[in-house]
Each structure stands twice: as structure tokens, then as C-alpha cells.
Design a protein around this ligand. Structure first.
Ligand code: ZN
Length: 231
């Protein structure tokens, strides 16, 4: 992934973007478990404390595995498409069993009653990382709105929000010097694809804007649409 320089306020970068605690380690945004090798170069990073980093990594593994099981319709490692996830499930039968237990069939449809709290933890983590890295707008408080559902189930109105592309207005421009601002200035090169920054084709793309407050939209595995807004 091509990366642009960031000249935003240094004071935004000296604490954990999740809890406001000390800056002890760098978090990849998105986490590598959501991507496959070879990894894109220059992955974004955000400052984190050790505690948040450790606590969230279990949930990230959970989300990556759940997503793959839902897409492939099974928690059996032999039926999983992404080799990395198949290996993780094979190595952790406990996790595979936990996910398999979430699946039931109703009127011929597969329904997965997954732990939405754990999934929300990860989506918030990703959004906080993008808000900090792209917009230089760290947000460790609860968001004003949160959406996380399969792309195919978005309402017409939600779909529009995802498909519209960035409507950049001067009143809503990102902080001068932030990466998002620099990306606007270089738009027309290879940075954007239909308004989204593609971190890895088919795995992860996102958009960070300040149209209506800090808005982060992410599409995981071309399946899960997520939107987090701090208005
Ligand atoms: Zn923290």
C-alpha cells in the first residue's frame, strides 16, 4: 500500500488510541490476521498500550476466524478458503468448536449466533486506529453510531453511504497535515479505488472522512460492512 507523509499535530500521537493510556507498542491497522501473505508494504500503525494490544488480539483472531467460517459455511478447517485461517482453526480445535457451536439452521438457512461484543471490540479498534492514523483525530470515547452487518444486507440508505464515494467539502476537510488531507491532494493517482483505500484486494478496504464528524467505513473480506461515527 502506498503511504503518504503525515505532518499533523504530534500531541495526538503520544498515547494509546484505545484507552488513552501510555504509548507502549505499535498496532497494525488492520491487524495482520485479517490479511494474507505477502502483506502489503507500509501497513498503517497506531499507538497502543500493552494491555489493549494483548486483550484485543484474541478478539481479532476470533473475528477473522468467524468471518471465514460464515463465508465458507463451515468451521471445518478443510472447508476454509484462507489457508492462514484454516491453519489457525486446525491448531485450535477449541476455537473451531466454539465457532461451530454458534451455527444453527433455520428454515434451511444457516444462522451464526456469534459473540457480537468481541466483534464490536475489533471494529472499534480498527476505527480508532484509522481515525488516529489517517485523520489525526484520536477517539477513545464510545462512538455515536456503530454499524456492522453483511454487505448484502445493507438497506438502500446504508448502501448509498458506502457507495457514494468521498464528498469532500472544504468545510469538512481533514486536519491540514493529516494523511487523509495529503491523500486528497494526491487523489487521481493510485491511492483511492472508488473512494476506498484498498489495503489488500478482497480482504480489507476502508475510508476515513470527516463529512459528518469522524466517519470510518471498513469492508472486511468483501463481506462485512462496518461504519463507526463520532459526530
Ligand atoms: Zn490502551
Amino acid at each position: 500500500m502506498r503511504q503518504v507523509d503525515d505532518f499533523s499535530d504530534e500531541r495526538n500521537k503520544d498515547h494509546c488510541v484505545h484507552c488513552g493510556g501510555p504509548y507502549e507498542t505499535d498496532d497494525h491497522v488492520p491487524s495482520k490476521v485479517l490479511l494474507d501473505e505477502p502483506y502489503p508494504e507500509n501497513l498503517s500503525i497506531s499507538p497502543s498500550c500493552q494491555r489493549c494490544n494483548n486483550e484485543l488480539s484474541k478478539d481479532e483472531e476470533y473475528l477473522a476466524c468467524v468471518l471465514e467460517c460464515v463465508i465458507c459455511g463451515s468451521a471445518d478447517p478443510d472447508k476454509i478458503q484462507r489457508p492462514k485461517i484454516a491453519r489457525r482453526l486446525a491448531k485450535s480445535p477449541k476455537l473451531a468448536a466454539l465457532i461451530a457451536k454458534c451455527c444453527r439452521t433455520e428454515n434451511g438457512l444457516m444462522i451464526w449466533d456469534v459473540d457480537m461484543n468481541r466483534i464490536k471490540n475489533v471494529i472499534l479498534k480498527l476505527a480508532r486506529g484509522h481515525a488516529s492514523f489517517e485523520l489525526a483525530e484520536p477517539r477513545n470515547m464510545e462512538p455515536d453510531s456503530f454499524l456492522c452487518k453483511p454487505l448484502a444486507t445493507l438497506t438502500a440508505e446504508e448502501k448509498l453511504r458506502f457507495e457514494d464515494g468521498p464528498q469532500i467539502q472544504f468545510s469538512a476537510c481533514p486536519e491540514v497535515g493529516s494523511r487523509a488531507m495529503s491523500r486528497i491532494l494526491v487523489q487521481g493517482t493510485d491511492v483511492y479505488d472508488e473512494g476506498f483505500l484498498v489495503v489488500q484486494e478482497g480482504r480489507y478496504r476502508f475510508r476515513a472522512t470527516q463529512e459528518n464528524g469522524v466517519t470510518i467505513q471498513m469492508i472486511l473480506r468483501e463481506y462485512l460492512a462496518c461504519e463507526v461515527v463520532w459526530s
